[in-house]
Design a protein around this ligand. Structure first.
Ligand SMILES: Nc1ncnc2c1ncn2[C@@H]1O[C@H](COP(=O)(O)OP(=O)(O)OP(=O)(O)O)[C@@H](O)[C@H]1O
Ligand SMILES: Nc1nc2c(c(=O)[nH]1)N=C(CO)CN2
Length: 173
């Protein structure tokens, strides 16, 4: 049994439906899911805004099983890999995995854990904090409170991450 924090994003097609497919797929393992946030594109590629959610899941799966689940969902959304950090129907990233009290660390390029860019991404951290105000992320500098990491991100980036009220957000269960 492991606990994973997953981040899902979409900026092509029916964004809400793509995110809902993730929530539906992990429903049995779901601990919490954030509201849907509208987020400006991160990474320097000019493209449409994303919808993003962060999920916490508990399941009888190892780290690579969470990665495989994300890849399956991306395939189901007809995801094609083109531009790095470019437009996509669905992207599911594994942000961090814990096994009891231990945080899983991995330097396998197929599964880097914790996700090396999570600490810089308002679109991951803001939704995560909304469902877990005490969340921490292991970084090369040690454990950091997600709330503190957010303080270090450019306020303009944080301000761009806004809950979507219309259409309505996926409800936390
Ligand atoms: N923690 C992780 N979560 C998801 N994929 C990962 C992770 N670590 C490594 N990968 C690998 O990253 C590869 C490329 O993923 P993808 O094309 O979705 O990257 P990206 O989402 O554009 O960029 P980023 O990795 O910065 O989020 C995948 O083949 C996957 O095996
Ligand atoms: N706002 C936002 N920007 C992104 C996202 C995402 O999910 N949300 N995913 C990306 C793929 O790596 C690149 N940029």
């Amino acid at each position: 049994m492991t606990r994973a924090v997953l981040s899902a994003g979409s900026n092509v097609g029916d964004r809400l439906a793509h995110l809902t497919s993730v929530v539906d797929r992990v429903a049995d393992d779901l601990v919490a899911v954030s509201p849907v946030y509208s987020t400006p594109p991160w990474g320097g590629v000019e493209q449409d805004d994303f919808y993003n959610i962060t999920l916490i899941v508990d399941g009888d799966r190892g780290p690579y099983d969470w990665l495989a689940l994300g890849a399956e969902l991306e395939q189901d959304a007809d995801r094609t890999r083109e531009v790095r950090w470019g437009p996509r129907t669905l992207d599911v990233d594994v942000i961090t995995v814990s096994d009891g009290d231990d945080v899983v660390r991995s330097d396998d390029p197929q599964l880097l854990l914790p996700h090396p860019r999570a600490a810089e991404r308002a679109f991951v951290l803001v939704p995560w904090l909304a469902i877990d105000p005490a969340a921490t992320l292991w970084t090369p500098a040690g454990f950091e409170a997600v709330a503190d990491l957010i303080e270090r991100i450019d306020p303009a980036d944080i301000a761009g991450v806004v809950p979507v009220t219309d259409p309505p957000p996926v409800r936390s269960r």
